[in-house]
Design a protein around this ligand. Structure first.
Ligand SMILES: NC(=O)c1ccc[n+]([C@@H]2O[C@H](COP(=O)([O-])OP(=O)(O)OC[C@H]3O[C@@H](n4cnc5c(N)ncnc54)[C@H](OP(=O)(O)O)[C@@H]3O)[C@@H](O)[C@H]2O)c1
Length: 160
């Protein structure tokens, strides 16, 4: 989100619950939409008109499919995660280019400059890692339980 906002994109974040939506707004989103609400895709349409040009889908399942269906004509859809338990069914995709996990295969060659760029942005204060919560290592099981309960924001760190 932060990189997209910095690049000049108008970003809409979709998540569940007020805490996460608040974070999305804090990170510079034009809109924050709760996908547990039945009309969430209409809310995205209201914000984007013809639908988003690019969609990053880390959830999959019904939410991912609904997101694919509102992607704008000629848009791009990254199906890279399935936290809902199922990948997004990406066929038929209509006039949308779907990018799957295979996008990673060529990353190794350009990984170093990407990491250098990300670190430079962080040093300059333009990229802020979102550490939502920390747990002492001895409470690793609690950290996992919190992630599983979808009760965390950003990254969850274990401290030694
Ligand atoms: N291919 C790649 O390059 C790549 C890179 C990074 C991550 N991934 C994959 O992308 C996915 C997301 O990664 P992430 O780092 O964004 O994970 P994350 O920070 O743990 O976020 C996962 C989110 O999924 C949402 N979710 C929706 N339905 C869910 C369900 N039924 N059970 C649990 N969570 C659910 C939850 O948000 P709400 O509670 O708000 O719904 C949760 O916060 C993972 O599958 C990961 O393996 C792939």
């Amino acid at each position: 989100m932060q990189l997209a906002v910095a690049a000049g994109a108008q970003v809409i974040g979709a998540a569940r619950g007020s805490r996460k939506l608040e974070l999305v707004r804090e990170l510079g989103a034009k809109g924050a939409v709760d996908y547990s609400e039945p009309d969430w895709t209409e809310q995205v349409r209201a914000l984007t008109g013809k639908g988003p040009d690019v969609v990053f889908d880390g959830v999959g399942g019904q939410i991912g499919r609904a997101a694919l269906e509102i992607t704008g004509p000629g848009g791009r859809f990254s199906a890279h995660g399935a936290t809902s338990g199922a990948p997004t069914v990406t066929e038929p995709a209509g006039d949308v280019t779907v990018i799957g996990i295979e996008q990673l295969f060529d990353f190794a060659a350009t990984a170093r400059p990407r990491v250098e760029q990300a670190l430079a942005e962080a040093v300059a204060g333009r990229l802020r890692p979102v550490i939502g919560q920390t747990f002492p290592l001895a409470r690793a099981a609690d950290a996992h339980a919190a992630i599983e309960a979808r009760a965390v924001t950003g990254k969850t760190l274990l401290l030694t």
